[in-house]
Design a protein around this ligand. Structure first.
Ligand code: C2E
Ligand code: MG
Ligand code: MG
Ligand code: MG
Length: 290
């Protein structure tokens, strides 16, 4: 069912205009070659546990802000670094930073988990990610680090993704499929992927209260994921009604501006160890409306 044609093409194309950096990207690439990750830092977006009202983890999101470039969003610079093959250095840096921040959060909350985004290219190319994780696990073991890979990255070479994800999980990290629903993956993919968590893309979440179809998609994805023993996180929750609807459907965790924007580590630390929302704020109305 999974075509190998696109794989073959990629293997054999030697010259492609895609490999020539866009002139407007060249400055950015020059800066990166000169500075590396020096002006990069991580912010953390809290993940709310819908059953308890506690913040139980966070997603590390990369920021790059330099005197020469100003602030550039990851949606812009990551694809450029990915295309030029420079992303691997960033991926390793992000994983190490996220990993060490996690232990600082765990001084407040011993079960706190941190997730980091992995570019599909780095997941699939065997860029030393597995070795890196194994060496970090050797320093200090963790079951609470999660790697997020986008759905589209995974289905491009599904069989290989299964191998890589299995190896990573065997070394003790969790894996999540990010932006689920935006690619053309069917729900049946989920049953074969060795993962722990599904992150439902914001495009379904944002109007699920008013759009019956999206509500149904969210509901059935949660149900199936739970049948497969996967946790479900909803991305991009921006209002209380949506948060309550998700809680009523049994969604495990939620992220979004209604809970918090991505924030600095020092700000997140203060949110831990006590309820962030009262369970009644999240639960009551949602249960009545279903
Ligand atoms: P993502 O992993 O799906 O992350 C969610 C994005 O949605 C983040 O944007 C976050 O700030 C934003 N967001 C969170 N809540 C809301 C909300 O309620 N409403 C709206 N409109 N947006 C919300 P950000 O930080 O700009 O990151 C964009 C994408 O860049 C990420 O999407 C991820 O794919 C990629 N990215 C970020 N950091 C890294 C990284 O360290 N490595 C790699 N490979 N990719 C990264
Ligand atoms: Mg993500
Ligand atoms: Mg996402
Ligand atoms: Mg998304």
């Amino acid at each position: 069912a999974f075509s190998t044609a696109s794989k073959a093409e990629k293997t054999w194309v030697i010259y492609s205009p895609e490999l020539e950096p866009d002139p407007k990207d060249i400055f950015l690439l020059q800066q990166f070659r000169r500075q590396g990750t020096r002006d990069m830092f991580l912010v953390f977006q809290p993940k709310l546990d819908l059953a308890t009202g506690y913040i139980k983890g966070a997603e590390a999101l990369l920021r790059w802000s330099s005197p020469e470039l100003g602030a550039v969003s990851p949606g812009k610079f990551i694809p450029i670094l990915e295309k030029s093959g420079l992303i691997t250095e960033v991926t390793h840096w992000v994983v190490e930073q996220a990993w060490s921040a996690m232990f600082r959060f765990q001084e407040r909350d011993g079960s706190f988990g941190v997730s980091a985004n992995i570019a599909a290219r780095d997941l699939m190319s065997g860029c030393g990610l597995v070795d890196l994780i194994q060496s970090l696990q050797g320093v200090r073991e963790t079951q609470r680090l999660c790697l997020e890979v986008t759905e589209t990255g995974v289905i491009e070479d599904y069989e290989h993704a299964i191998d890589v994800l299995s190896t990573l999980r065997a070394s003790g990290v969790h894996c999540a499929v990010d932006d689920f629903g935006t690619g053309y993956a069917s729900l049946s993919y989920l049953s074969k992927l060795p993962i722990d968590e599904v992150k439902l893309d914001r495009s379904f979440i944002k109007d699920m209260v008013s759009n019956r179809q999206n509500h149904a998609i969210v509901a059935s994805t949660i149900e199936l994921a739970h049948t497969l023993n996967l946790k479900v996180t909803a991305e991009g929750v921006e209002d209380m009604d949506t948060l309550r609807a998700l809680a009523a459907l049994g969604c495990d965790t939620a992220q979004g501006y209604i809970i918090s924007r991505p924030i600095a580590e020092s700000d997140l630390i203060h949110l831990l160890g006590r309820p962030y929302l009262k369970v009644s704020q999240v639960r009551s109305q949602g249960e009545l409306s279903t």
